[in-house]
Design a protein around this ligand. Structure first.
Ligand code: PGA
Length: 262
């Protein structure tokens, strides 16, 4: 297997300073034994990033601090914005781009998300690029069309440097599974993950497609993770609710490490 497993906790708008530092420390200590063979990451609220970066100053290369999202411009008259360069400056190793909550709640357009993708790669961050269909789109049989559109466009925006350094990670997150308690079945996840890898192979090369980690996200928890992680094209998870407590998240990390040699 040429790809590493990745388990990334997306804390969204949860936890203030002290709890963020404590949780980050607990996750680093609890996952250290697995970090030779996999990547573990935490993605706290922007205002806590620098403090969490300090807390994690002894983290090895495979433990990532991940920014949740940012604006595509690096500087200027953009009140309230944070740039990907600022995320890097605050100590981030990676960043999430295109999360469905950004697309839906914050009404970020495809163009804005593509500009963010380029900006995040230019800032030398590992990009976790999220795609996924809504429940309506799935029911209408449009899942693979949506994936093709969201992914195809992104693949055109990743420069060769982004491919070579394995800076580009895909997260398949069906919108209907996020925060709902209803996860995709392992078969549903595998079907889309295999399609994602095929699309990448078609646009780039099959060697490159083989190297891109494809994470599943959407109501992942210890009780469903093993089956989903066991699928051949699932290379880990982007975890929301189950990442907010150290013990639950570390269960997911352990399960991933057990499955990683599949
Ligand atoms: P969830 O969120 O695990 O709470 O469903 C996943 C995500 O939005 O990344």
């Amino acid at each position: 297997m040429t790809r590493k497993f990745h388990v990334i906790g997306n804390w969204k708008l949860h936890h203030f300073m002290e709890d963020s530092r404590k949780l980050a420390r607990a996750v680093l200590d609890g996952s250290r034994q697995y970090l030779d063979s996999m990547v573990v990451g935490v993605s706290p609220v922007h205002t806590t990033l620098w403090a969490v970066h300090g807390e994690l100053s002894d983290r090895p290369e495979n433990f990532w601090l991940v920014g949740q999202n940012a604006y595509h411009e690096n500087e200027g008259a953009f009140t309230g914005a944070v740039s990907y360069r600022h995320l890097k400056d605050a100590g981030c190793d990676g960043a999430i781009v295109g999360h469905s909550e950004r697309r839906r709640i914050f009404r970020e357009s495809d163009d804005e998300i593509m500009a963010q993708l380029e900006s995040a790669i230019r800032a030398q961050l590992h990009v976790i690029y999220c795609i996924g269909e809504t429940g309506e789109e799935r029911e209408a049989g449009k899942t693979l069309d949506v994936i093709e559109r969201q992914l195809g466009e992104a693949l055109r925006h990743v420069p060769p440097s982004g491919r070579q350094a394995i800076k580009f990670i895909v997260a398949y997150e069906p919108v209907w599974a996020i925060g709902t308690g209803v996860n995709a079945t392992p078969e549903q996840a595998q079907e889309v993950h295999a399609a994602i890898r095929e699309i990448i192979a078609g646009r780039w090369t099959s060697e490159e497609a083989d190297r891109v980690p494809i994470l599943y996200g959407g109501s992942l928890k210890p009780s469903n993770a093993r089956e989903i992680f066991s699928m051949p094209d699932v290379d880990g998870g982007l975890v929301g609710g189950a990442s907010l407590k150290a013990d639950t998240f570390l269960d997911l990390v352990r399960i991933a490490s057990e499955v990683a040699g599949k």
